[in-house]
Design a protein around this ligand. Structure first.
Ligand code: NAP
Length: 272
């Protein structure tokens, strides 16, 4: 029941119509018996949203494209990991202080750790956008031997240099040279997209292949990888885990992971 005691959480982004976060977090709040609700706010007015958060007050928020970096100057504090990544996807309002965190990287980390050990592994990351940046930071921190490749060399080189890792131009990158491959571009979302940006020949048994794309859940890249006996990690694993970490930051409670995953799966299949 929604009443005067209901704690408000929300998503700051533009657009937000297809976001899966409300379904995931509302299911989690219900399962945990919390009097809280999560709404999606489609706005370009970042400063206005932050003012509203303090005034109402809201308990916390998720932040998505295109506001992950733009919101940072309006906060009272930013977690050091999010500061290094240069983006926040989570806001926590507690004791009059608004603090920013980034749970995208930790989400990917948890999803990968469920299938493999990371230290010392050779990882090829395809992409150099926000997701790649967040994932790259946690992987380097875990002692992964990371290489970055990207459609636009300059952006890829910039990310590699900030991570202190190797950049490989797309034409020279080979899937077969890695133990772990992470696809962190939107390629695979569109029906006319190629299966991957690199030739699939290098896929081999036992290799870990993760796709950040979660709609469709099984991209053509993941399908090809599974057919070659790779251990596949879908984008939903990362999405659930970044949400799990948000729930923990907002409530200090143990998150109902299975409920969150089920709610996401239901909205994904319902959206088709
Ligand atoms: P972004 O900041 O816009 O970066 C996009 C990246 O993809 C850039 O490296 C870009 O290369 C590359 N790219 C875009 N279109 C391409 C194309 N047609 N061919 C080749 N490369 C292309 O986006 P992002 O936030 O990193 O998101 C990337 C993907 O990850 C999205 O599909 C997003 O939904 C997904 N994601 C998933 C999660 C999760 O929890 N599962 C979390 C965050 C993001 P250039 O530098 O050449 O432009």
């Amino acid at each position: 029941m929604i009443d005067q005691q209901t704690r408000l959480y929300g998503l700051l982004g533009h657009p937000v119509a297809h976001s899966l976060s409300p379904a995931m977090h509302n299911a989690a709040f219900r399962a945990a018996g919390l009097n809280a609700v999560f709404l999606a706010f489609d706005t370009q007015d970042v400063e206005g949203f932050v003012r509203a958060m303090r005034a109402l007050p809201m308990g916390g928020a998720s932040v998505t494209m295109p506001h992950k970096s733009a919101v940072m100057p309006w906060l009272d504090g930013v977690d050091p990991a999010a500061q290094r990544i240069g983006a926040v996807n989570t806001l926590v309002y507690r004791d009059g202080r608004l603090t920013g965190y980034n749970t995208d990287g930790i989400g990917a980390l948890r999803a990968l750790q469920a299938v493999t050990q990371l230290p010392g592994k050779r990882c090829l990351m395809i992409g150099a956008g926000g997701a790649a940046r967040a994932i790259g930071h946690v992987l380097v921190h875990q002692g992964v031997e990371l290489s970055v490749t990207n459609r636009t060399d300059e952006r890829g080189m910039r990310l590699a240099s900030s991570l202190g890792c190797r950049f490989v131009p797309l034409q020279a990158a080979r899937l077969g040279e890695a133990d772990i491959v992470i696809q962190a571009t939107p390629v695979g979302m569109g029906p006319g997209d190629p299966p991957a940006l690199l030739p699939l020949e290098g896929l081999r048994q036992g290799m870990v292949v993760m796709d950040a794309v979660y709609n469709p859940l099984q991209t053509r890249f993941l399908k090809a990888a599974a057919e070659q006996g790779c251990l596949v990690v879908d984008g939903l694993g990362m999405f659930v885990q970044q949400g799990v970490e948000q729930f923990r930051l907002w409530t200090s409670m143990e998150p109902p992971v299975d409920v969150m995953r089920r709610a996401l799966l239901q909205s994904l299949t319902g959206n088709r």
